[in-house]
Design a protein around this ligand. Structure first.
Ligand code: SF4
Ligand code: SF4
Length: 422
């Protein structure tokens, strides 16, 4: 199934038919369960009382100890409950349950567009922060991410529309719907983060690329070649590239131009158990089960995955809230995976690793509790791309072990010392 040469892997493309269809809006769900957590993970308290009606876009969560809104109502509804949830990406969190009131959205005057050319970096960052924009690429708060890049060495900023994993096409769908807004948002992000230049990176070439260039005039569109995970950079790039999500760029444009908070996200729903694979715009807090019901199931899924096939996490419950860091949900009847055996030392994981790591050796040292001998293997360089697990003929989840080593780096090394003799 996979081929590899130097680094990375060639993945099958399973994007049809979702990628050829326009974005569909899910009807307002009967209930949304909105995490009361700011984009940087800070816990919030409810901004409304029990059974109060909250309008779409109004504050729903305030930062603890202040009156600063950080979570916004994704639909107009009644705050009917507060609920605890163990979320696969956020951990144990409190959520506000809003009973959706379909058709009750207040008709407000369309806000006048602000002059974006006059906005300073500080104003753009403030707008991103006020809108609570989360970057779908990594689930981080966009304002924090952009601010951390200010005053660093020169770099290029890319809106990553490459969609390199097998099923996802939400970035393509958003570019198809609003390339102009993505392009303007990217320009604002580059200004706010002090990037030298910016570009939109895609996988497509030919007619699709030309079409996109027409709809985002003046913006460099670059086609990214190479194996997964390819760097979303122009061929001629001499500077390092940093990336933001296409959806985050669009949300930044809407926040700066109209003062809109981020209330929804576009999610690819796909997999062989889905009757109607498509890209769906859902309010934040929509439950996975409602999203799957909307798209229909053609058979009973054995696996439901939050995220795509390479980096997603399998879930066993479907009452999980969709948040902006989730751009794909898969329902699969089978998950192609060899029966788990012990490592055969084939070295495929090494050849697949674009970060030049020795994944099998990191895994071996983790398994043997040789924590003091991990540091020279640089597990912190792993970005969790999943390529090592994908190519492993023994069916081992090598990625999980490397990520465990990476994320426990501080505690493991402190506990065991750093006297590496590898
Ligand atoms: S998940 Fe980490 S170790 Fe595995 S191939 Fe990707 S970067 Fe390398
Ligand atoms: S972990 Fe898997 S891919 Fe890596 S050497 Fe062992 S068997 Fe081969």
């Amino acid at each position: 199934m996979s081929k590899f040469t130097k680094r990375g892997v060639v993945l099958p493309l399973m994007k049809e038919p979702a990628c050829s269809r326009p974005i569909v809006d899910i009807p307002v769900p009967a209930q949304v369960v909105v995490p009361l957590v700011a984009g940087d993970g800070t816990a919030c308290r409810p901004a409304a009382g029990s059974y109060e009606t909250v309008l779409r876009g109004e504050p729903l969560g305030l930062l603890e100890g202040s009156e600063t809104p950080a979570v916004y109502a994704p639909v107009t509804g009644v705050l009917s409950d507060l609920r605890e949830m163990t979320h696969p990406l956020l951990g144990d969190i409190s959520c506000a349950v809003l009973d959706g009131m379909a058709g009750k959205e207040e008709k407000t005057e369309k806000a006048e567009k602000r002059d974006l050319s006059a906005l300073t970096a500080e104003e753009i960052l403030a707008a991103a922060r006020a809108a609570g924009i989360v970057d779908e690429l990594d689930g981080s708060l966009l304002a924090d991410k952009l601010e951390s890049w200010l005053d660093t060495d020169p770099y290029l900023l890319g809106a990553d529309g490459t969609e390199q994993e097998p099923y996802s096409s939400s970035a393509w769908a958003v570019l198809g719907e609003a390339a102009d807004e993505v392009s303007e948002g990217l320009g604002l992000a580059a200004r706010a983060a002090g990037a030298i230049d910016c570009h939109i990176a895609i996988r497509q070439k030919g007619k699709q690329r030309k079409e996109l260039a027409k709809r985002a005039p003046g913006r460099l569109i670059c086609t990214v070649h190479g194996k997964y995970p390819a760097v979303p950079e122009p061929r001629s790039a001499v500077l390092p590239v940093r990336t933001v999500g296409v959806q985050a760029c669009r949300a930044l444009y809407r926040a700066c131009a109209y003062g809109e908070p981020q209330c929804d996200c576009v999610v690819t729903v796909a997999g062989d158990a889905v009757a109607n694979p498509q890209n769906v715009r859902v309010p934040t807090g929509t439950l996975v089960e409602d999203l799957l019901r909307f798209c229909g199931l053609s058979s009973n899924p054995s696996y439901i995955i939050l995220g795509d096939a390479m980096t997603g996490v399998a879930i066993t419950q479907t009452d999980i809230a969709i948040i902006p860091g989730i751009a794909c949900v898969l329902a699969l009847t089978v998950r192609p995976q060899p029966k788990t055996r012990t490592c055969v030392g084939c070295g495929r994981c090494v050849r697949a690793c674009h970060a030049d790591l020795l994944p099998f050796e990191i895994m071996r040292r983790m398994d043997n509790m040789q924590y003091e001998r991990l540091s020279s293997l640089l597990p912190e360089e792993c970005d969790g791309c999943g390529a090592c697990s994908y190519v492993c003929p023994a069916g081992l989840d090598v990625t999980a072990k490397v990520l465990e080593a990476r994320d426990a780096h501080g505690t493991i090394f402190l506990k065991w010392g750093d006297g590496d003799d590898f």
